[in-house]
Design a protein. Structure first.
Length: 315
């Protein structure tokens, strides 16, 4: 296992022997506010006494999103067992907290587990996500590595198995058994991040309207918060018409979830670039979505959590 650390020491990214990654971030949370004086949307940092651990469920990814580093580089895909995922994250946590002697900076904080590394674990085996999450939390608490949990975030393009909402509902209830970050009591323990982006960029058999009905039901029937992940790519989905289509669809379904807008870290040899209209598009989206957050920047390969921003290319 190799590790890479940012200069500010807020992010350590581990590349495991099997090629997958785990990233541990102590970066402060960020909210966005509209400056009434300037009319600009500005980020503000919020200290929520938590750190985030980003989990990879595979080496590479089976989805093949066109904008992704893994796709552009023809990165090999290998599915990992739940035992391997569990051991990889344990090794990363133990190294960051114990070997690097960060008991005070991390050991006294709450842990957020984010299934947002390589792969889409929930798409493949939702039960594995539940089991690995439970085992990691109980192991971390047993060894006094964390103060409690801040929550579990799962990013997915949605599985096609009809029983998947029950898995999330079960996990959400299970997390009630553990000490929880008091700053997280206004949200569900489990949150599902639906990767919208653009159907042409995520080449799977997707029925967006059907997915919306599932997502709305997930919040209403199982109490799991849904957050929409989106990204604005130049010449693909960055016109006023594209944003109006989003407004129209969500208004039709009377559904107004939170929107998270990701920044696009351009990949070498990729034809895609982030839209130069980014700030304007964020303002347009604010007309429909009840809450909007966006990344301040795309970051560096080490700071980014998603597998498309690898800090090392396997040979």
């Amino acid at each position: 296992m190799e590790d890479y650390t940012t200069q500010d020491k807020q992010v350590v990214k581990y590349v495991h022997n099997d090629g997958s990654e785990t990233a541990i971030k102590t970066v402060s949370s960020c909210d966005n506010i509209l400056n009434q004086a300037t009319g600009e949307i500005e980020p503000i940092k919020v200290d929520r006494n938590k750190f985030s651990c980003f989990i990879s469920s595979s080496v590479g990814c089976p989805i093949g999103c066109k904008f992704c580093y893994l796709t552009v580089k023809n990165f090999p895909y290998v599915e990992l067992s739940k035992e391997s995922i569990y051991q990889n994250v344990k090794n990363a946590l133990w190294d960051r907290i114990v070997h690097k002697r960060e008991w005070r900076t991390i050991g006294e904080q709450y842990m957020k587990l984010s299934w947002m590394g390589m792969g889409d674990a929930f798409l493949l085996k939702p039960n594995d996500v539940l089991e690995v999450t439970r085992d990691l939390i109980e192991w971390s608490l047993e060894h006094n590595l964390v103060k409690g949990i801040d929550g579990v975030d799962i990013s997915t393009v949605l599985p096609k198995k009809k029983w998947w909402p029950c898995i999330l509902g079960t996990l959400n209830l299970k997390l009630l058994e553990y000490p929880v970050n008091p700053t997280s009591k206004d949200r569900s323990r489990v949150r599902l991040f639906y990767s919208l982006h653009h159907c042409d960029l995520i080449p799977m058999s997707r029925n967006f309207l059907k997915d919306l009905s599932w997502l709305k039901s997930l919040e209403m029937d199982f109490g799991v918060d849904v957050i929409i992940h989106h990204m604005f790519i130049e010449g693909v989905n960055d016109t006023d018409h594209d944003v109006e289509n989003l407004h129209r669809i969500f208004r039709k379904y009377k559904y107004h979830p939170e929107l998270r807008i990701l920044r696009y870290n351009e990949c070498p040899n990729s034809p895609y670039k982030e839209s130069p209209r980014f700030n304007e598009l964020v303002r347009l989206c604010s007309e429909t979505f009840r809450k909007i957050k966006y990344q301040v920047s795309a970051g560096s390969e080490i700071k980014a959590a998603c597998g498309q921003f690898l800090c090392k290319t396997l040979k």
